[in-house]
Design a protein around this ligand. Structure first.
Ligand code: ADP
Length: 745
């Protein structure tokens, strides 16, 4: 990269609506900037603090951003500022920055805040000129700071911004919404009630659509896709009546606050309530979720998104000309990316304008492919019963589905989507119980549309799972059973054992021609150790379970000078350890990929001691369960305790199976649904071909991708049962290191 003038003093502010994860972004930006030798200040109360100056602008230290990662909202406050909309206000803001030598600004906010910040930056030379003219600024000082460098991050629960697939805060809002709808579902079901749930999103149906998919709602209204019929009330009533007839005990209708009909008139939750209660005589209640959606501790994803964006935003400033066009740092295709800030804001406004003009298709197209895909998936899953049509000519195919490996939250969600997607096309799905063992022992039953009802949100694995692999004589039994049930394709949902078992069946087709059916592996494992995919279903839930457990553990230690050594799962992969280390603010994270050495441990002890000498009160070490065969968690506990020099005491916590349990997170439900519906399409397309393809389904760069199953052995390191290439280690390790408090001396 070319040499550019480095900023010297960075100021960070949060503005607009608050969003969980903003704290992570501020903390990361402050610590990264300090690590890079910059001076850093935080500006309290957003642009209000910027125009007011005084005590609102405070120097920040690494320690001053400690203990905020787990907190919701934004600890430096946010406010709307009318003054900043005026030239005079922005001139005062410029004076406040100049006074302190601040030459770079990081703004975390929505499109309004980023527009305001960009205007401020572009006016900077003129504002300085005016200050000099008024005698409020020395011309020499003005000349020394001809530009203000600016970088933007999007903090917004609505996920309504162009330039990033996810805004900081949207995932947490989805958590709040799914928790609420799950709770409503159980009471609705007990009383056979209907619930209308209104969620936030004036111009963006993301929260409504994704929460509807994640909770198995039967209808959703979003701004981008008004109901196709003028008489949508009639269609809604027919759907609800049909679900009652097939035995659904509860009806859930999700309404985005900005939902509208084809004429552009609002569809309100009150109106939907009237339609259901008066038109259908349903016992219906409405719940407007309101501000709870903004609140609460940020999810693991939002902590890590905020942290990564904060880190990269500072590097963006360091490596670009301060006079160049400001950038927005976001995430696209599971990678942190930058894009021109104002172009992103303009496109965001363009979507809102298209909605205003009722040009819905164009608005939907601007939202991107996965949004439109999610809408299509939603339409299939919400049906009360399958359509009668068939695909693949008029042939009705029979797909088998099984789990293998350890349980992963989201397995049930994937089976539900498999059953409904296949049945909707006129096909049948057979559930195999207990993994490959069920395929050997003929423990196989047909699943029905309603037999998977409610599975969308259930943790565990209703079909059961095991680590049994099909080998030797068992293969003959598998062949008999596949033939006996007329199975045309197999979906193996699970972890390493699912892949291993599926690959064995695939290899055995040479000697057992009946095995020449398409097989798809769907990644479901908390370990995140599967080839052909960047993310596995279950690992997000496990991350969140770890995060909430560690938050509690950390709270228990505040009264003491204490270091916790927390052991997390992950087998031979450090994915869970490193993502959890980042999300919980661990000082150190030990992974099997990197291993442990005595010299490294000795230096870590010294670093911790130094931290405590300078006033640190709490230390956290996350150790992946197989980080090292000799330096076990009890060993680390004993070592740190012995070597602490009386500066801290040490406690160990082995989190154990709570990490495999729990209801799946919204993200895991959405991905399970997405991967399962695409896997079904793949199997149906391949079934009946002479030489059908078999594949590992996965997410790559944010897209669903299929990698030939034949590549399994080449992609893995068999000794340690993990992929040879792991994208996350290189990307997250430097960030985790820069975040550790003890790294800042
Ligand atoms: P969000 O950032 O969440 O979209 P707002 O639209 O309320 O929130 O904007 C937050 C603040 O950003 C406003 O109170 C104002 O101070 C500033 N702002 C927004 N738009 C502009 C603008 N066009 N010019 C100057 N400042 C603006």
């Amino acid at each position: 990269m070319p040499e550019v003038a480095r900023p010297r003093h960075l100021a960070v502010l949060t503005s607009g609506g608050d969003a969980p994860g903003m704290n992570a972004a501020v903390r990361a930006a402050v610590r990264t900037a300090l690590a890079e030798g910059l001076e850093v200040s935080v500006i309290h109360e957003g642009f209000l603090g910027l125009t007011d100056g005084g005590l609102a602008i405070q120097p920040a230290t690494s320690a001053s951003v400690g203990g905020i990662l787990h907190r919701g909202g934004t600890w430096i406050g946010t406010a709307r500022s009318e003054a900043f909309r005026t030239r005079d206000g922005r001139r005062r803001a410029a004076a406040n920055l100049l006074e302190r030598g601040i030459d770079a600004l990081l703004v975390v906010g929505g499109d309004g805040s980023l527009t305001g910040a960009n205007l401020f930056r572009s006016e900077w030379p003129e504002l300085l000129g005016e200050l000099v003219e008024k005698g409020r600024l020395d011309a020499e000082v003005a000349a020394s700071q001809p530009q203000l460098a600016l970088v933007g991050l999007v903090g917004s629960i609505d996920n309504d911004m162009f330039g990033t697939d996810m805004t900081i805060g949207a995932d947490t809002a989805l958590h709040r919404i799914t928790e609420a709808i799950d709770a409503l579902r159980s009471t609705a079901s007990s009383h056979q009630r209907s619930f209308v749930i209104e969620v936030m999103g004036r111009n963006c149906g993301y929260l409504a659509l994704m929460s509807a998919i994640a909770t198995g709602a039967n209808w959703v209204f979003i701004p981008e896709h008004p109901p196709a019929l003028d008489d949508w009330e009639g269609a809604l009533k027919r759907t609800v009546a049909a679900s009652r007839r097939i035995g659904r005990r509860q009806n859930l209708v999700v309404v985005a606050e900005g939902a509208r009909d084809l004429q552009g008139d609002p569809i309100t939750s009150e109106h939907v309530l009237e339609v259901l209660s008066e038109g259908l005589g349903e016992d219906t209640r409405a719940t407007i979720l309101g501000h709870v959606q903004r609140g609460g501790s940020p999810s693991g994803f939002d902590r890590n998104l905020g942290t990564q964006c904060g880190y990269h935003a500072v590097h963006q400033l360091l490596h670009s000309d301060p006079g160049s066009e400001p950038k927005l740092v976001g995430i696209r295709g599971n990678r942190i990316t930058t894009s021109p800030l104002m172009a992103a804001v303009e496109k965001t406004h363009a979507v809102a304008d298209l909605l205003e003009q009722q040009r819905f298709d164009e608005a939907m197209a601007l939202r991107g492919g996965s949004f439109a895909d999610a809408w299509e998936t939603m339409k299939t899953l919400v049906r009360a019963q399958p359509r009668r049509s068939t695909t693949n000519g008029d042939r009705s195919l029979r797909l088998a589905v099984l789990h293998a490996g350890g349980p992963a939250p989201g397995m049930n969600t994937a089976v539900r989507a498999t059953v409904r997607a296949a049945m909707d096309g006129g096909h049948r799905v057979l559930g195999v119980r207990g993994g490959f063992r069920g395929l050997i022992d003929d423990d196989i039953d047909e699943l029905e549309w309603m037999s998977v009802n409610g599975w969308v949100s259930q943790g565990g694995a209703e079909l059961g799972t095991s680590r049994v692999l099909p080998t030797g004589d068992d293969l003959d039994k598998v062949v008999d059973n596949l033939r006996g049930h007329g199975i045309d394709g197999l979906l193996a949902i699970g972890g390493y054992d699912a892949y291993d078992g599926a690959h064995r069946l695939w290899e055995a087709r040479e000697t057992h021609p009946a095995l020449d059916i398409p097989i798809v592996c769907l990644p479901a494992s908390i370990n995140g150790d599967l080839p052909g995919t960047e993310l596995a279903v279950g690992s997000d839930t496990a991350l969140n379970s770890i995060v909430s457990a560690v938050d509690k553990i950390k709270q228990s230690g505040v009264a003491f000078n204490r270091v916790f050594v927390v052991e997390v799962m992950g087998k031979d992969s450090g994915y869970l350890a490193l993502t959890a280390g980042l999300a919980t603010g661990a000082e150190k994270t030990y992974t099997p990929e990197e291993g442990l050495s005595l010299a490294g441990l000795a230096s870590d002890v010294e670093e911790l001691k130094e931290g405590f000498r300078r006033g640190q009160r709490l230390g956290l070490i996350i150790r992946g369960e197989r980080a090292d065969a000799v330096y076990t968690t009890p060993f680390l506990w004993a070592l740190f305790e012995k070597e602490s020099g009386g500066l801290f005491d040490v406690r160990q916590a082995i989190l154990g199976h709570l990490q495999q349990g729990g209801d799946p997170s919204p993200f895991d439900r959405i991905q399970a649904t997405r991967l399962a519906t695409r896997s079904v399409d793949f199997l149906l397309e391949q079934a009946g071909k002479d030489e059908p393809d078999s594949a590992m389904c996965g997410l790559q760069g944010g897209q669903v991708a299929f990698t030939p199953l034949a590549a399994f052995p080449a992609l893995i390191d068999d000794d340690v049962r993990r992929p040879k290439e792991q994208w996350w280690l290189e990307r997250l390790r430097p960030i985790a290191d820069a975040m550790a408090l003890s790294a800042h001396r």
